[in-house]
Design a protein around this ligand. Structure first.
Ligand SMILES: Nc1nc2c(c(=O)[nH]1)N[C@H]1C(S)=C(S)[C@@H](COP(=O)(O)O)O[C@H]1N2
Ligand SMILES: [Mo]
Length: 330
C-alpha cells in the first residue's frame, strides 16, 4: 500500500527495484555482482540480523496437503515472511517481521456476530484442531504490483460462517483486526501506522465470503502463521488485491449494508470496496498490467509478468460480477 502524503512512499513500489532488504543475506550475495556486492551487504547488515534472529516459533499443523499445480513456482518461505504489509507494525516491507515477533497470539478468540441466528466466540487454537485444515496454494497479488505464490493452510470461510447460521439479512461480512496499541506501534503513532484509522477493517459481499476459494488462513508452509503474516488467523481472497486479506482477525460481523474498509476510507479514489485484481484498470498512480513475481533466487531474478484478470481465478469467480461495471466498482 502506498500513501500519497508521505515522501518515503512517493516512489511507487512497482517503479523501483524491489527492496533488497527482504532477501536473505545468502540470496543477496548470490544475486549481486562483485562490484555492488559490498555496498549491498553493508546496507543489509542490520536488517538481516534482525530478520534471522528472534522469529516467533511456528508450530506444525495437521492438514490435507494440496497437490502442487505444475505451473506454479512457490515463493520461498523466507520471502513470504520477510516482505510484508502489516501497517500496525510499520509501513516498511521488513517492519512487520522485525516489529511483530512479540505479538501475543495465544490465547486468541474470534467473535462472529450481527446477522446470525447463533452468534458466538471461538477459541482459535481449539478451532485449528477440530475444523479440518487443508492446504491452498494460491497466487497472491498486492496492489503495489508484486506477486507471490503461497501455500496457505486454512479452511473455507463459508463453511465456518454457516456454523453461526447467517440470516437472510446478511448481505455483507465485516472483518476487524485486533486493536491493541500497546502491542502494535502503528496504532500508537500515526506516522508509524501510515495514517490508517485503527482497527484495520475489511469487508466482503456475502457471495464473495461464501465462495469456496475464500479462506481463513491459520498457517503457511505447513506451520502456524508468523505474526507478520497475520497470526493466528487472517483472510485470504486470491482473486482480490492483497489488502483485502485482513490479518490477526478478532471480529467478524455479518451486516446488511456495505461496511467501511480501511484503505477505501483513507484513499477512496485509489482503493475501492471490491479490489478485484484487474490489469485493465490502472491505479491512479501506476499501471496494474504487470507485476513482479517474487520467486526463488536473488533480486535480479525477480520476474516481471502479466497480471491476469481476477488474478487468474476468473473461471471460478467472474460470474459473481456478471452485471457490474468493473471500472466503476474497482
Ligand atoms: N491488519 C492488517 N491487515 C493487512 C494489512 C495491514 O496493514 N493491516 N496489509 C494488507 C496488505 S496491503 C497486503 S498486500 C497483505 C499482505 O499479506 P502478507 O504480508 O501475508 O503477504 O496483508 C493485508 N492485510
Ligand atoms: Mo498490498
Amino acid at each position: 500500500m502506498l500513501i500519497k502524503t508521505r515522501s518515503r512512499s512517493d516512489l511507487a513500489e512497482n517503479e523501483v527495484t524491489p527492496e533488497p532488504a527482504y532477501l536473505s543475506r545468502r540470496s543477496v550475495i548470490k544475486g549481486l555482482g562483485a562490484g555492488v556486492g559490498l555496498a549491498g551487504i553493508g546496507l543489509l547488515g542490520a536488517n538481516t540480523r534482525a530478520l534471522a534472529a528472534d522469529q516467533a516459533p511456528r508450530k506444525p499443523l495437521d492438514f490435507r496437503p494440496q497437490k502442487p499445480a505444475p505451473d506454479l513456482v512457490l515463493t520461498p518461505d523466507e520471502k513470504v515472511t520477510n516482505h510484508n504489509n502489516f501497517y500496525e507494525f510499520g509501513t516498511g516491507k521488513t517492519d512487520p517481521a522485525q516489529n511483530s515477533q512479540g505479538l501475543k497470539t495465544e490465547p486468541w478468540t474470534l467473535t462472529v456476530e450481527g446477522e446470525v441466528e447463533k452468534p458466538g466466540t471461538v477459541d482459535v487454537w481449539k478451532l485449528m484442531g477440530e475444523i479440518g485444515l487443508e492446504e491452498r496454494i494460491y497466487r497472491m497479488r498486492c496492489v503495489e504490483a508484486w506477486s507471490m505464490v503461497i501455500p496457505w493452510v486454512g479452511f473455507e470461510l463459508g463453511r465456518f460462517l454457516k456454523r453461526f447460521a447467517p440470516t437472510s439479512r446478511a448481505k455483507y461480512v465485516a472483518f476487524e483486526t485486533l486493536y491493541d496499541p500497546e502491542q502494535m506501534p502503528g496504532q500508537r503513532n500515526r506516522f508509524v501506522g501510515g495514517g490508517i484509522d485503527y482497527p484495520y477493517v475489511e469487508g466482503l459481499r456475502i457471495d464473495e465470503a461464501m465462495h469456496p476459494l475464500t479462506i481463513l488462513s491459520v498457517g503457511l508452509y505447513g506451520k502456524t502463521l508468523p505474526p507478520q503474516n497475520g497470526a493466528p488467523i487472517r483472510l485470504v481472497v486470491p482473486w482480490k488485491y492483497g489488502f483485502k486479506g485482513i490479518k490477526s482477525i478478532v471480529k467478524i460481523r455479518l451486516v446488511e449494508e456495505m461496511p467501511p474498509t480501511s484503505w477505501n476510507r483513507l484513499l477512496p479514489n485509489e482503493y475501492g470496496f471490491y479490489a478485484n485484481v484487474n490489469p485493465a484498470v490502472d491505479h491512479p498512480r501506476w499501471s496494474q498490467a504487470t507485476e513482479r513475481f517474487i520467486g526463488p533466487g536473488g533480486i535480479f531474478s525477480v520476474k516481471r509478468q502479466a497480471t491476469l484478470p481476477f488474478n487468474g481465478y476468473g473461471e471460478e469467480v467472474a460470474s459473481l460480477y456478471r452485471n457490474m461495471d468493473l471500472r466503476k466498482y474497482y
